[in-house]
Design a protein around this ligand. Structure first.
Ligand SMILES: C[S@@+](CC[C@H](N)C(=O)[O-])C[C@H]1O[C@@H](n2cnc3c(N)ncnc32)[C@H](O)[C@@H]1O
Length: 380
């Protein structure tokens, strides 16, 4: 873990105009305190019993992100402004890792032939550069016809286009769009071994490679407290938490709605190095909308690992209601970047006999109001 001087202030020339960061005026130590007391207050307002100590993990006070979504508007590239729905043209950003900043600086040299669009830039674990251009269909066509921008971009980066994440391919005469391709854009950890995660530039990943090591370590340390557990996971995505959990677990049932993420997870498992390969036998993948309904018998599991979207777990918790106290899985690990829905779900879990044993803030969005929360709950 990085220890940051509590007096640290991150300089940013756009602090009064850009809406991306809200806390640049606060020294980092003050951010730590305010996030901790905000979480405490939120959980207490839901009548949750919480541990005395909330652990605070930080990978640094800024410059963490290895992916970020920017908007293009009338020749300006950046983030939305504080007071208007206008894009602030940003040259440097306190959120970006040094590798992503370098890529962004180069990317900004492009002169776009249209006025509007969304752009994600990413750097992978080996410094690979990726870009996802999410433009209107008519603008995608203009870009394919224009040719030189794409040719130039593809010399420096892997390019994905549109909601279907298609890849532009030059056939000697023109660009054609071909099916999405899985590449290594992120890393998770199985014990001390780094694992390459296959996905798309457009896939959901946690924002920072550096902060993700802290997440994987925390998940591993909790799952290790329950060796040989049979785990059911909500929101596995590309397997970022699945694989750390798999190391100590007897089995993991990874439940996820997004087919493209699961294709990534399947490829990751296929490509595991030989020393980790045996763990793949313990993984089962299950696709569906599990906020609506989950048919699994939760009494067959020793633990739940949940990392839901902002809306929380919803119907995924229903099967717990039908079980007697003793039949409920003994532990529940909950990770969320949206503490409001997490607090509601935890309130439900408390009513089912769970108590929060450990609570961690993982500050992967320093300088902003956002933070990740990890909680370990156990049946009383
Ligand atoms: C915050 S992401 C976590 C992904 C992964 N754990 C990680 O660390 O990268 C939430 C995940 O929940 C999935 N999800 C959203 N709604 C869902 C639903 N109704 N049923 C199952 N999974 C869902 C998303 O597709 C996404 O992969």
């Amino acid at each position: 873990m990085t220890v940051t001087d509590p007096q640290t202030l991150i300089p940013c020339p756009y602090k009064d105009t850009c809406s991306g960061c809200q806390l640049l005026d606060h020294p980092y130590g003050k951010q730590v305190q305010s996030k901790t007391s905000e979480l405490r207050g939120l959980l207490q307002s839901h009548e949750l019993q919480i541990p005395e100590k909330i652990e605070f993990l930080s990978a640094g006070a800024g410059y963490l992100r290895d992916r970020l979504d920017f908007s293009l508007q009338d020749g300006r590239l950046g983030l939305y402004g504080k007071n208007a729905r206008e894009i602030v043209d940003i040259e440097i950003c306190a959120q970006l890792s040094p590798e992503l900043q370098t890529w962004y600086t180069e990317f900004r040299k492009i002169k776009w032939p249209f006025t509007k669009g969304s752009i994600r830039l990413r750097v992978g674990p080996e410094g690979q550069r990726g870009v996802w251009l999410d433009f209107a269909n008519v603008d995608i066509k203009a870009l394919l016809d224009e040719q030189s921008i794409l040719k130039n971009l593809q010399e420096h980066a892997f390019v994905e286009i549109g909601q279907r994440r298609k890849i532009p391919v030059w056939n000697g005469h023109e660009f054609k769009l071909k099916d999405p391709e899985l590449n290594v854009w992120f890393t998770t950890w199985m014990g001390e071994l780094a694992v390459k995660l296959y996905c798309h530039v457009a896939s959901f990943t946690q924002p920072s490679l550096k902060a993700n090591k802290l997440i994987a370590d925390k998940i591993s340390s909790w799952v290790n407290q329950f060796p040989q557990a049979r785990i059911i996971e909500f929101g596995s995505g590309i397997g970022n938490l699945t694989l750390p959990a798999l190391t100590a677990a007897k089995s993991v049932l990874a439940c996820e709605i997004d087919a493209l993420s699961l294709e990534g997870l399947e490829k990751t498992v296929l490509m595991l190095p030989s020393e980790l390969k045996p763990h793949s036998q313990k993984l089962t993948i299950y696709r569906g909308d599990f906020q609506k309904k989950i048919l699994q018998d939760f009494s067959q599991f020793d633990g739940v690992l949940a990392n839901p979207p902002r809306s929380g777990l919803m119907g995924f918790l229903n099967p717990l209601e039908e079980l007697s106290y003793d039949q409920r899985p003994p532990f529940f690990i909950y990770m969320s970047c949206f503490p409001e829905s997490m607090a509601k779900d935890m309130q439900r879990l408390q009513s089912y006999g769970y108590e929060i044993k450990e609570l961690v803030i993982l500050d992967q969005f320093p300088q902003t109001n956002h933070y990740e929360v990890l909680g370990l709950l156990q049946r009383k």
